[in-house]
Design a binder for this molecule. Structure first.
Ligand code: SF4
Ligand code: SF4
Length: 107
C-alpha cells in the first residue's frame, strides 16, 4: 500500500506535507503534488499535515478518486522530488474544496 495525493491538492499545493516525509517521496508538478508509491513506507505522517485533506491511504481513497492512485505512480516518475515547503499557489484558498479539478491538472 501507499499514500496517495487526491484531487483537492490540484491548484492548492500548500506543500505542508513534504517536510514530514522521512523518505522524500513527494514529487512536484506545476499545480499538483504526487507521492511515489514505490518509495512511500506508509508512515502516515503526511496525512494530517495536509490542510486540504487531499492525502489518503490507498485503501481509503474514495471511489470517485481511484484514478489518482495510478496518476500518482505515473507522475512521480516524471516530476522532480520536493523536500522543502514553499509558498502555496496564490489562489489556493479559493480552490480548496472545489469539485472536479482534474481537468485543471497541468503536467
Ligand atoms: S499539503 Fe496537501 S494540498 Fe498541499 S501539496 Fe501536500 S497534498 Fe497537496
Ligand atoms: S505516508 Fe510517510 S512515507 Fe508515505 S508519503 Fe506520507 S510521509 Fe511519506
Amino acid at each position: 500500500m501507499a499514500y496517495v495525493v487526491t484531487e483537492n491538492c490540484i491548484k492548492c499545493k500548500y506543500t505542508d506535507c513534504v517536510e514530514v516525509c522521512p523518505v522524500d517521496c513527494f514529487h512536484e508538478g506545476p499545480n499538483f503534488l504526487v507521492i511515489d508509491p514505490d518509495e512511500c513506507i506508509d508512515c502516515t505522517l503526511c496525512e494530517p499535515e495536509c490542510p486540504a485533506e487531499a492525502i489518503r491511504a490507498e485503501d481509503d481513497v474514495p471511489e470517485d478518486q481511484r484514478q489518482f492512485i495510478a496518476l500518482n505512480a505515473e507522475l512521480a516518475k516524471a516530476w522532480p522530488v520536493i523536500t522543502e515547503k514553499k509558498d502555496a499557489l496564490t489562489e489556493a484558498e479559493e480552490w480548496d474544496g472545489v469539485k472536479d479539478k482534474l481537468k485543471y491538472l497541468e503536467r
